[in-house]
Design a protein around this ligand. Structure first.
Ligand code: AFP
Length: 341
């Protein structure tokens, strides 16, 4: 079957740049290099089901070779692919405690790359969709030398591009450079990402909510009221449907395409929730907002949050604008009422 417009990712990026006379072609080069790295990761992810043959468990395989865990593999693959092109002054990964410096023998560039090499990796062994998430900024530290933590700790609205790659029934590369959101599906036959989701717009409201209800008893009362509202809010005789994969990339991808809301709240045990501001929440919020959605921590836009540390966490409510506004309303109202927990 001939794809819609046979538009490959590199061509799409190039055509996107033509719309910006000030563009230098560097962002194209970065996104193309990234797409190469994730093609390799996609191949390894698809093999993950063969672990006990290939021994991709972190244990040594049948050849006695030391093999790496898949997310460590993905982490190292991304660094190897992205550290020598002369585009970045510094990088940071969810897998690494500190910032990642560009090796001295490589040229220092003006961009900053943050990434979660393999999100949802605890789902690998059970063959559930996982993904890679990336976020790109321009450096803010003066000079042309090595970048610093300051370049990494920028507010999300400073991103020049962001996206994710979902390794699911097919591998899909979704990105935004701030002018629309586009999805490309990898055609394994000839290894090219082809445009499959043109100018994605998230529906203003959806019929699906996504949250780990196992944490229900430590939730904020307003959130409990909101979930009760969804479960009793019948539409064509049906309440909102609950869907939760436990891989943010998979839950956000479904929410982006079908609408609805994904939530990872703060609660009485973890006031800041679980998800990382820099590697997960900022890039996903950039994507969802570019598609017409909304992303907050229950009160303020995720993209306006001032980061204090590389691995800080934040509560997140993200998805269709009407659904996110509604949960915020329920939480505000609950704050006015004194509940005895
Ligand atoms: P892992 O990478 O450890 O599997 O965590 C996945 C994740 O960061 C995100 O993808 C999920 O939305 C969230 O954590 C799932 O967390 P819970 O298991 O607490 O629901």
């Amino acid at each position: 079957m001939t794809p819609k417009r046979f538009m490959t990712l590199p061509r799409h990026i190039l055509e996107g740049e033509k719309l910006h006379p000030e563009a230098t072609g560097e962002l194209s080069a970065i996104l193309n290099q990234l797409s190469l790295a994730v093609k390799v990761i996609s191949l390894e992810v698809n093999k993950a089901g063969l672990v006990d043959i290939l021994g991709f468990t972190g244990d040594s395989n049948i050849h006695g070779e030391q093999v790496k865990k898949l997310d460590i593999f993905a982490h190292e693959m991304l660094i190897k692919a992205m550290d020598h092109g002369g585009h970045f002054c510094v990088m940071a990964s969810e897998e690494e405690e500190d910032i990642i410096h560009i090796p001295q023998h490589h040229k220092i560039g003006k961009y900053v790359l943050l990434f979660d090499p393999l999100d949802g990796s605890s789902n690998i062994d059970v063959n559930i969709s996982i993904g890679t998430i990336f976020s790109i900024y321009k450096r803010i530290s003066p000079g042309k030398g090595a970048g610093t933590i300051v370049d990494c700790l920028q507010q999300g609205y400073n991103q020049v591009a962001a996206g994710y790659i979902i390794y699911g029934s097919s591998t899909v590369f979704v990105y935004s450079a701030g002018h629309g959101v586009y999805g490309f599906t990898l055609d394994p036959a000839f290894g090219e990402f082809l445009l499959s989701h043109d100018d994605i717009k998230i529906p203003r409201s959806g019929r699906v909510y996504s949250i780990n209800e196992g944490n229900y008893f430590s939730w904020h009362q307003g959130l409990k009221n909101y979930i009760k509202h969804l479960q009793s809010n019948l539409y064509n005789g049906k309440p909102y449907q609950a869907r939760y994969v436990g891989s943010m990339v998979a839950d956000i991808h479904r929410t982006l395409i079908n609408g609805g809301i994904f939530m990872y709240p703060g609660d009485r045990r973890n006031a800041k929730g679980k998800l990382r501001l820099m590697y997960e929440c900022n890039p996903m919020s950039f994507i969802v907002e570019s598609a017409g959605g909304r992303a907050t921590d229950g009160k303020m836009r995720i993209l306006e949050k001032k980061p204090e540390s590389l691995h800080e966490r934040t509560p997140i409510y993200i998805g269709s604008i009407e659904d996110v506004l509604t949960v915020e309303k329920f939480m505000r109202e609950a704050e006015k009422t004194v509940y005895d927990y």
